[in-house]
Each structure stands twice: as structure tokens, then as C-alpha cells.
Design a protein around this ligand. Structure first.
Ligand code: G1P
Length: 296
């Protein structure tokens, strides 16, 4: 069964303070991993999964994001005149033909649930995806495409999950698994950023979600009631948890290696690993051996 998922939301309003001073003038999501901004990798993953509508929940200070995904006549004219067709194709910034770009603003940092809710007008009644560009997953079939396949069979809400070290549960949404079969975990509860002693498992949600549109109503109710969750923020984890009795929630143990590009270690490792993957693809054996050396 083919999924009808066409919309992907990218919450990108955050300040990126961990990468100062690099992020003083350049949004964190525009920092390159090898040759493309972090956010373009996320957009390409969504496009591969069949998405054609790309919703950026951004901040008014991050004009570079909109600019990156807009036409660039100043380059187009010059490159056309010089017959540089390869470079012209790069100006598409990974967007598929007919892509629709929507920018909405999150003016206050009220949490991931709030960021997603800011995109509600752009979503409508169909299921939609959310990608957190900080989490990169390296695999020949992208993480979201793997999820779209599973969602077409399961419906409901779906998250990407992987086991994390027990002392790191406080960084993630952590699931309470009910049962598991063939890499799909039926989830009966979840907690945002629990201390290890309170964590229901070590199975953490990473930044890929497919939601039923109903989640927007849940978020609207939370926001109207003035409720907040962990860290005083409106958490998507709480909205998913509230919906469990109405809609099934599953976790997909995705194929691939995840890099947490929200910190410098993960960002540097992603650069080396993606460069190595690219060198393999290009058959560049000399670069492959240099990069492998770096990874040792
Ligand atoms: C967010 C979510 C958390 C999830 C994580 C994945 O946290 O709130 O549930 O596990 O992304 O990266 P953040 O990293 O924004 O603090």
C-alpha cells in the first residue's frame, strides 16, 4: 500500500547556542555536513519518502533558510550563460519538481509540541511527517522512507526509536514498550526526558515522526488549557501519550546509523561518516582510506 503522506514539517526556530560563534549569523540548520546544509539533508530524506510540501517552522531571524530553498536568479543567469548544467541542478537544493515551500514562524521557544502546532494551518486532515534535522540517519534507504512503508501498513502515530545508554535517557522521549515484532514496537506509554531511575526502558525516540492529523487537536487543547510538560515546555511526547488510547502508537527500529548533530561531537562524526559514504559512492579509494584512518 502506498502512503498518502506528502507534508513534512521541520522545526528549525531554535537558536543553536551550542554552536556559537558559528551560529551567530548563520542558522544552525545551515551548517554544512560535507557539502550540504543539515536542513537540506533532512529535506532530501523527506523528498525520497514522497513528500512534496515542506513546512519550515522558523524564526524571523533565520532568513537564510527561506533563501536557500528559493530560486536564485543571480546564479541561474550566470550558470546558464556559462552552460554549467551540473551546478544549475544544485540550485534546486534537493527539492523535487513541483515542491511547495511554506514558512511559518514560532516567535517564542515554547517547545517541540508548540513548534509542530504552529504548522497546523499548513497540515489539514492528512497524516504528516516531522523531521528534526539535528538527528541524521545514514542509510541507503532513508529513515523516513522506512517509516512511510511501516505507516502504510499500521496507520496511527509512528516514531523512530533506538536504544540509548541507560545514563542518557534524560536527553530523550523514552517509550514504554508493550510488545515487539519484526522491528516494530507497540508503545503503551512514553515519558519526556526521564532520569534513568524513572525511565520505562532505554528505547528512545529520535527525531522522526509520522502523525495522524488528530495530534494537532490534542496540542490545541493543551495550549488552550495553558498546560506544559518537562522543562515547562509544550512537549510532543505528552500529546502522543494522551492519544495512545485513541490511536495506536508504534516505534520503528530503523536501519542505519544515527548522528546527533545537536552537539559538536555528533556533528563532526557525521561529517566524517557522510564524507566516507560519498567517497565510497564515487569510488574514491584514496579519500576512503584517509577518512577511515580518521575514524580509527
Ligand atoms: C526532542 C524531543 C525528544 C526526542 C528528541 C530526539 O528533544 O523532545 O522526545 O527524543 O528530540 O532528538 P530535544 O532534542 O529537542 O531536546
Amino acid at each position: 500500500m502506498r502512503s498518502n503522506l506528502t507534508t513534512a514539517i521541520f522545526p528549525v526556530a531554535g537558536l543553536g547556542t551550542r554552536f556559537l560563534p558559528a551560529t551567530k549569523a548563520v542558522p544552525k540548520e545551515m551548517l554544512p555536513v560535507v557539502d550540504k546544509p543539515l536542513l537540506q539533508w533532512a529535506v532530501e530524506e523527506a523528498a525520497e519518502a514522497g513528500c512534496t510540501r515542506f513546512v519550515f517552522v522558523t524564526s524571523r531571524d533565520k532568513a537564510a533558510i527561506g533563501k536557500h530553498f528559493s530560486p536564485a536568479p543571480q546564479y541561474e543567469d550566470t550558470l546558464k550563460a556559462r552552460g554549467k548544467t551540473n551546478e544549475l541542478a544544485l540550485l534546486k537544493a534537493g527539492l523535487p519538481d513541483g515542491a511547495e515551500i511554506i514558512e511559518v514562524y514560532q516567535d517564542e521557544p515554547l517547545g517541540l509540541g508548540h513548534a509542530i502546532w504552529c504548522a497546523k494551518e499548513a497540515v489539514g486532515a492528512a497524516p504528516f511527517a516531522v523531521i528534526l534535522p539535528d538527528d541524521m540517519v545514514l542509510h541507503t534507504t532513508g529513515c523516513l522512507a522506512q517509516m512511510v512503508d511501516a505507516h502504510a501498513r499500521l496507520g496511527g502515530n509512528l516514531v523512530a526509536v533506538e536504544n540509548v545508554p541507560a545514563d542518557q535517557t534524560h536527553r530523550y522521549g523514552v517509550v514504554d514498550p508493550a510488545s515487539e515484532a519484526e522491528g516494530l514496537v507497540a508503545i503503551q506509554g512514553l515519558v519526556e526526558k526521564p532520569e534513568p531511575a524513572q525511565a520505562p526502558s532505554t528505547l528512545a525516540v529520535i527525531g522522526r515522526y509520522i502523525f495522524d492529523a488528530e495530534i494537532m487537536q490534542t496540542l490545541s487543547r493543551t495550549i488552550a488549557a495553558g498546560e506544559s510538560g518537562a522543562g515547562g515546555e509544550i512537549q510532543i511526547t505528552d500529546a502522543m501519550s494522551q492519544l495512545i488510547t485513541q490511536l495506536p502508537l508504534h516505534g520503528l527500529r530503523f536501519q542505519g546509523t544515527r548522528f546527533d548533530c545537536g552537539n559538536q561531537d555528533g556533528f563532526l562524526q557525521a561529517n566524517v561518516a557522510y564524507a566516507l559514504a560519498q567517497a565510497r559512492k564515487n569510488g574514491d579509494t584514496s579519500l576512503q582510506s584517509k577518512l577511515r584512518h580518521l575514524l580509527d
